[in-house]
Design a protein around this ligand. Sequence first.
Ligand SMILES: [Zn+2]
Length: 418
Amino acid sequence: MKITFLGAAKTVTGSCFFVETASSKFLVDCGMFQGYSKNNALNEEDFPFNVEELDYIFLTHAHIDHSGRIPRLYIKGFEGEVIATKPTVELCAIMLPDSGHIQEFENEWTNRKRIRAGKPPVEPLYTYQDAVDCLKLFRKVSYDEVVKINDEIRVRFKDAGHILGSAIIEMWITERGEETKIVFSGDLGNRDMPILKDPSIIESADYLVIESTYGNRLHKERVNKAEHFLDLINATIEQGGNVIIPSFAVGRTQELIYELNKKKEVCDEKLKMLFATPVYIDSPMAISATEVFRNNLDCYDEEAREYIENGDNPLDFPGLQFTRTADESKALNERKESSIIISASGMCEAGRIKHHLKHNLWRKDSTIIFVGYQAEGTLGRRLLDGAKKVRLFGEEISVEARIEMIEGFSGHADKEGF
Ligand SMILES: [Zn+2]
């Protein structure tokens, strides 16, 4: 057996492992490189193996930095199976076509520039339709079940507690009568994450391939983050402004809904004010992803299941509203009363969040709360670094709003596993 590391060795993104055994070839994850523009070139590079010879992809979870190049593989001739847990397959059915949309959109923009520079246009990495088409290759498996893939390979997906559907993959590979166990950790979650179960304990392995996004960092303020979050919201509502939360559509948004829902039980003046304020989820992908969460209750931890057994939907509360259409989204900016708007993308590079920033960054009474990592080179990062002016839709916007970051609101385990 031979394992080649094809991504993520130095950059944070683009996870991909190529495994060759006596009679099979497969990948574990096939992620997209994200952030810097030089990473785009990495996404376009040819795969360093014969795509048509590839038998399987085992997918640890749906995040784009682990799944984002699967449609690319498909258009390059991959016809094997993509094997993942049921929630991962369902989340990919939302996230990959969305990624295709973004590819097409960015490609149009690139081509306009290229044509002006006298260069020939280029093709997008893949399209919305390519991503939809590749979904037929996906096969759902259950957690904790040993699945025989062929005479050589058996696999078991164990809960990784990172996002819904995330898995640590155990593999038993038999070559020339000898069995080897190899374990791929994928991204690992924290213990005591909202909604999700804690990461599974793996008893043994001959080889372990572990990913460590926050390997040399510790999360701060974990205990007080919800309190701090609430105080910021209240201070903003009191002065009549809006709270804008740029959020990753999958995982972070559902955690926020859950945390807010939990708070509603505590009878406190501050909370009364919070729950009198409408909360809008303004991202079609976040809405679809929330539905996937609601459809996979069996993957929840005990606390979240208790809410359900007591007749409470932990991903809903009075005052929570979902805006699907662009018109509904625009109407949010015409409201006079304060509101809390959770919208994607999390790093403010694309999506409806940009409109909400345009309407609120210049307002002294509004607050922008970041709840996730902001990569170098993104608008979110510039705001956190204290930019005084930013350009949005060709207009220069003065940054007067309060800019805050809640640290510790992260789906990755740090070096001590918290
Ligand atoms: Zn991840």
